[in-house]
Ligand binder design. Structure first.
Ligand code: PMP
Length: 466
């Protein structure tokens, strides 16, 4: 640490935090007998806490966000230059970085054409939902308004986004939710046996899971279904990668019933899955909406967006004489210029440093290294993911696939921290389902970093499970 904060200052920070901050995800009773972790500094892949302890951050800021790593001077410079020129202007006006980032982003997204700025992933998803609802009113007398979402997917913490929340335990005690959201079955091959479709695997399983979406559409009535919203690789719901073929079938189904395809790239977007800028681009599908947030500016600024194709955009300018016709929506902080300025520089870094390629190479290496842990630890049931976005599902018994306890998962995460590595776990606020360790280090990871991360997981599993 650079020493600008004294130990006295930091003790005061801890007291102020304990007295006044309501932390995300935390049961605060724990802070009556212990101190919160305060992260004070970050550089590259590493962060330091209030005691000066150094950690490798294997989850990019706890929730897979800081894709290009900490302490990027060029992003801070781009933001500060822009902030001195013009920090903010909203309403129907545009901005210089807003236009330039949109141009660069669309260049990476063939088939897409328009960028609607917001400031969180939840909000970006809400905008897409609102567009779907408005299209239903404009074109179908309000009838084609239903939005399908998938079991285990997550789209945000606002009530609208939670209405599309497939981590059902996470929703307990927060209802009632918005009407017109309908769940389709998950596509987690490892848990296929629970779905009652017989002994299917690989492409046959993927096809069955996609057909299950069609069954829901037919049950609801295709003329009532406006959109299908999916994560390309499910993140917090357990790092789920559908088998080859699933996405092509999903696309076919959407086309057959004229259903808009909304891909939530809040986690997968901007390089996280390697090789391509976006997760959906691995599968050759053509979405109508793509929402993104976290990695867009790697957490240097709060920026998110809802990107659409021209087909969607055109629907909102078809009758200018009708005052209800355009998208009558605003996001106050969608007018912050620091976001697109940071996002533009973030993208330049990813290109200039070949981070999409590095993500694939390091992701493959981490996948193999984690896979090797299965030979040593019977508790490792499944390792899955794409790029630097991996999950390790822990089971008490490989045959029954009974999840290990939440306490054991917590102890494994804490054990890694004791080894100097911060990892995550799925569904931290979703009791009973958080048995997947989550690893998503920055796209700048080296083999050495990966070795240290996997070594910590290895040691921690050894301590917790013997
Ligand atoms: N979609 C996905 C896939 C997410 O993982 C998240 C956040 N974890 C969101 C949407 C919501 O994003 P935010 O927290 O920025 O509202």
């Amino acid at each position: 640490m650079d020493g600008t904060l004294t130990q006295n200052d930091l003790s005061h920070v801890v007291e102020a935090d304990k007295a006044h901050v309501w932390h995300h995800l935390l049961q605060h009773k724990a802070l009556e007998t212990s101190d919160p972790r305060i992260i004070v500094e970050g550089k590259g892949m590493r962060v330091w806490d209030q005691h000066g302890r150094e950690f490798i951050d294997a989850v990019s800021g706890a929730v897979w966000t800081v894709n290009v790593g900490y302490g990027r001077r060029s992003i801070v410079d781009a933001m500060s230059e822009q902030l001195m020129k013009l920090n903010y202007f909203a309403g129907s006006a545009g901005s210089v970085p807003g236009a330039l980032f949109a141009e660069k982003l669309i260049d990476k997204m063939p088939g897409m054409s328009r960028v609607y700025y917001t400031n969180s992933g939840s909000e970006a998803n809400e905008k897409a939902f609102k567009m779907v609802r408005q299209i239903a009113h404009k074109r179908y007398g309000g009838r084609k308004h239903k939005i399908l979402f998938r079991e285990r997917d997550y789209h945000g913490g606002t009530i609208g986004a939670m209405s599309a929340g497939g981590q059902l335990e996470r929703n307990l005690q927060y209802g009632p939710f918005a009407p017109g959201f309908v769940m389709v079955p998950h596509c987690l091959e490892y848990r296929a046996a629970d779905q009652g479709w017989g002994d299917l695997s690989g492409e046959a399983y993927g096809e069955r899971a996609a057909n299950a979406i069609e069954e829901v559409i037919l049950r609801e009535g295709p003329d009532t279904v406006g959109a299908l919203c999916l994560e390309p690789v499910t993140a917090g719901g357990g790092v789920i990668v559908p088998p080859v073929g699933y996405w092509q079938r999903v696309q076919e189904i959407c086309r057959r019933y004229d259903i808009l395809l909304h891909i939530d790239e809040v986690v997968c977007g901007v390089g996280r899955t390697g090789t391509h800028w976006f997760g959906y681009q691995h599968y050759g599908i053509e979405p109508d909406f793509v929402t993104m947030a976290k990695g867009v500016a790697s957490g240097y600024a709060a920026i998110a967006c809802c990107v659409t194709n021209e087909r969607v955009f055109d629907l909102f300018k078809d009758d200018p004489s009708d005052p209800l016709n355009h998208f009558r929506d605003i996001s106050t902080f969608g007018g912050c210029t620091a976001g697109p300025a940071a996002a533009l520089e973030n993208m330049r870094i990813i290109e200039d440093e070949n981070l999409l390629e590095n993500c694939t190479a390091m992701g493959d290496y981490m996948y193999e290294s984690l896979g090797a842990l299965a030979d040593k630890h019977a508790v490792v049931g499944d390792v899955r993911g794409k790029g630097l976005f991996l999950g390790v599902e822990l089971v008490a018994d490989r045959d029954t696939k009974t999840p290990v306890s939440e306490a054991q998962v917590g102890a494994t995460v804490a054990g890694c921290a004791a080894e100097g590595v911060i990892i995550g776990a799925s569904n931290r606020s979703c009791p009973g389902l958080n048995n997947v360790l989550c690893l998503a280090p920055a796209l700048i990871s080296t083999r050495d970093d990966i070795d240290q991360i996997v070594d910590a997981v290895d040691k921690s599993l050894g301590k917790v499970f013997g």
